[in-house]
Design a protein around this ligand. Sequence first.
Ligand SMILES: Cc1ncc(COP(=O)(O)O)c(C=O)c1O
Length: 435
Amino acid sequence: MSLVNEKYIRPVEKSGTLLINEMMQEKVRKGEPVIRFGFGQSPFPQMARAIEALKQNAFQKTYEPVQGLPALRERVSSFHKAAENLDVPASRILIADGSKNLLFTSMEAMTKADILIPAPAWVSYAPQAKILGHNAIPVITTAAGRWRVTPEAMEKALAKKADKNVPSMLILNHPGNPEGLGYTAAEQRALTEVFRKHNVIVVSDEIYGLLNHKGEHHPLALEYPEGTITTGGLSKWFGAGGWRLGVALLPEALDGAFKQTMLGIASETYSCAAAPIQYAACEAYIWDQATKDYLAHQRRILAQSGTWMAERLQKSGIGAEKPEGAFYLFLDFSKHAEAFRRQGITGSQQLCEMLMRETGVALLYGDVFGMPKEHLCARLAYVDFDGTKALQASEQAGLQKPLDENFHQQHLANNVRGTEEICRWVEKKSMSAAA
Ligand SMILES: Cc1ncc(COP(=O)(O)O)c(C=O)c1O
């Protein structure tokens, strides 16, 4: 007899990221070359001053306040004001062990909710909504519409609500994982009209905001301050995913029962982010020249690589928008769908498995981002390079002149090679289908 009857076990599947990773590990074991475009982890190192602060604070051992260290909340508040003109006082800032937990807690604060999730969107939103028993409503976007959520798509999704009284929460990620695109101020204003009309809470996942390649991220809270929860943290712009430090900036309207409930849940589950990490984070959240330069170098390396790759892929008839931020491209193979079909490839998981098997290039298939299985699409994370060396070389070159071709060939070689492999593979498949 099993200890727990399976019907009482929640149907939460293992993340789709694991399958391709397991195939990749197998190749590595056999000594075969692989290109790691599957995992979305920042390749860049943290700033030295925060690493030093972490060392100095290793002795910190007390439980910190559930909401986060007051000094850190002050720093986060001033930082976002200086960097992005966001005006959120420390009293409305929550610190946790990663923004993923804050996203979950913000959904968990409601007993019942309709969670609107764009398709495609980051892998964890829909499973989180499902674990909580909330109703997840997809907001459909299109390749032709650059995967942007439009007011019309929002209206369509909201029309699917069974009960207008149940709160609506949209999770909007920009720059986005998986597509690397942002929303202009005008696009945000148009969406805000729909948000206001339907009283939508928006969790604006801006974990990649500071990695807008031009430093021109436009936070949604500037347009919709009354209804936006902004989330962020150290995982991406600071290259410290494993430090587990996330932040949430709440709107004034949620500074009552909603915030207290989030804090109540935090106190009954994770208690607080690790104390030494919070002290170290105080040295990350400083908007000075060193931080600005650190970001400027990362941005131009990502912009150079991502733009080159998108252009190269487009030449082979693979849909890929030139990225505006983060380190992702969302590839659309629809133009080759007929050729793939004749080769027996009818779904994106199958496509990614075959690509991995035949070329060693890892991509993450579209289904895990909420796309229909038969839509041939996949996410490419262009992070297969040594971020420490690339950052050092960029710093040595200085910000006055652009990075040259030499830098590209030397420091971004796997990104180049992997792109060429994908293009060659797609062209070969198309040609054999035609033959
Ligand atoms: C869009 C998006 N949101 C949130 C997260 C999670 O961030 P954190 O490390 O702060 O939990 C990630 C991490 O990959 C992400 O890509």
